[in-house]
Write a protein that binds this ligand. Structure first.
Ligand SMILES: CC[C@H](C(=O)O)C(=O)SCCNC(=O)CCNC(=O)[C@H](O)C(C)(C)COP(=O)(O)OP(=O)(O)OC[C@H]1O[C@@H](n2cnc3c(N)ncnc32)[C@H](O)[C@@H]1OP(=O)(O)O
Ligand SMILES: [Co+2]
Length: 134
């Protein structure tokens, strides 16, 4: 079911500092900041030859990464995003297997303009999993 690793997300307390770290210290190609208000985050993508790093800053009072950052004040790896061929079929198969799909359970448009879903970290080895329609 899961395919390519689309991105590894890192939640950060200071997005500008994180951009400088990846662009200047690590010499990576870094996108502009793209606010995603409906997801409660600012996003930046670091393009790598074989995948992407998503840098996440909290956006708004209700950001879903707020508590994560309280627990991890320096930042930390927040989620892994895998691509799936059919996100609705994948969701239905996962729910049938007892996995918890977060939010309404309906796919929402993510950072790449494609439908995404999130799976509860407690069901996947303590790791928040995002699925993105390939
Ligand atoms: C623009 C979209 C973009 C894209 O790529 O397309 C994105 O990726 S948007 C990314 C931000 N959005 C989300 O993360 C949505 C899904 N996340 C959530 O709904 C919440 O983060 C949730 C429910 C996973 C956790 O929320 P919160 O931390 O407020 O809940 P709790 O404090 O109750 O935590 C419950 C339990 O889970 C552990 N936890 C929380 N976050 C993570 C994590 N990222 N990785 C691993 N574990 C996590 C937390 O420690 C608690 O464990 P416990 O043992 O009970 O203390
Ligand atoms: Co993501």
């Amino acid at each position: 079911m899961i395919g390519r690793l689309n991105h590894v997300a890192i939640a950060v307390p200071d997005l500008a500092a994180a951009i400088a770290t990846y662009r200047d210290t690590l010499g990576a190609s870094v996108s502009a900041i793209v606010p995603q208000p409906e997801h409660g985050v600012d996003t930046v993508f670091v393009e790598l030859p074989n995948t992407k790093i998503e840098l996440l800053g909290a956006l708004g009072e209700e950001s879903p990464i707020a508590r994560f950052l309280e627990r991890n004040p320096d930042g930390g790896i927040h989620h892994l995003c895998y691509e799936v061929d059919d996100i609705v079929a994948a969701r239905d198969r996962l729910k049938a297997a007892g996995a918890r799909v977060l939010g309404s359970g309906e796919p929402r448009i993510g950072a790449h303009g494609k439908p995404v879903l999130f799976l509860h970290p407690k069901d996947f080895l303590g790791t928040l999993v995002e699925l993105e329609q390939a």
